[in-house]
Write a protein that binds this ligand. Structure first.
Ligand code: ADE
Length: 225
């Protein structure tokens, strides 16, 4: 079982996605487990009434930076009692980090990591000492800047979970590994739109498996260009 520990100020933003479809089934099958931790629950009460999780950056600049204390205490909770059986990986989401790819996802599964702690930043980022203290890896899901790390966390959980044996059905995983094109069709055979007719490629209706494989191979090569 792979456990994802997501450290986020907005854990509710994850729930609808992780409780649907493949990720939900994977949790039911006990192949993955998803836990969330809110740094706010680990913040100290300051000024008499508010639990503070962020502060102004030293040397000025816009925005707010997440305080190290609440994040580190949330991580400590996620780590729980030390166990030699567990193999942790700690990720901080950041647009400047290592690019997340399918190979990265496969690697996590191949290395038999049992627990991934995913720290989702917000605002201008997280106090840089968190990365140093935890020896965490910064990971980016693409060359653009998002509002926070929650979408990256969901994307990584989805892509990694698909690599775990048993998460996808037998047929789905075979299809994913075989020469399979993303150019797919369903009914109707002829679809009319704005008075124009769009047909399913003849070969897919032919029942000739060899020809269909060749067509899929060609269309996959075209996609990869
Ligand atoms: N946080 C903000 N933008 C991000 C990105 N592109 N990847 C990962 N984390 C981020």
């Amino acid at each position: 079982m792979l456990t994802y520990h997501v450290i986020s100020l907005f854990p509710e933003s994850l729930t609808s996605y992780i409780n649907e479809s493949i990720l939900s089934r994977a949790q039911e099958k006990k192949l993955i487990n998803i836990k969330t931790y809110n740094p706010r629950d680990f913040a100290e009460i300051t000024g008499g009434w508010r639990k503070k999780v962020d502060g102004k950056p030293y040397s000025g600049g816009p925005g707010m930076v997440l305080l190290p204390g609440p994040v580190l205490r949330a991580v400590a909770k996620a780590k729980g009692r030390a166990s030699t059986k567990k193999k942790f990986k700690i990720i901080i989401f950041s647009p400047g980090g290592t690019m997340f790819t399918n190979t990265y996802a496969k690697n996590i599964v191949d290395k038999k990591i049992t627990d991934i702690i995913m720290i989702c930043g917000r605002y201008e980022g997280i106090d840089a000492r968190v990365k140093k203290i935890l020896k965490a890896e910064e990971v980016s899901i693409g060359d653009y800047v998002l509002t926070g790390g929650e979408l990256p966390a969901m994307i990584c959980m989805d892509a990694i979970s698909r690599q775990i044996k048993g998460v996808l059905g037998k047929f789905e995983s075979l299809e994913e590994n075989r020469v399979s094109s993303h150019e797919v069709y369903t009914r109707p055979e002829i679809f009319e739109y704005n008075k124009k007719k769009y047909k399913v490629p003849e070969v897919l209706l032919s029942g000739d498996h060899k020809k269909i494989e060749e067509w899929k191979m060609k269309s996959k090569q075209a996609e990869n260009k």
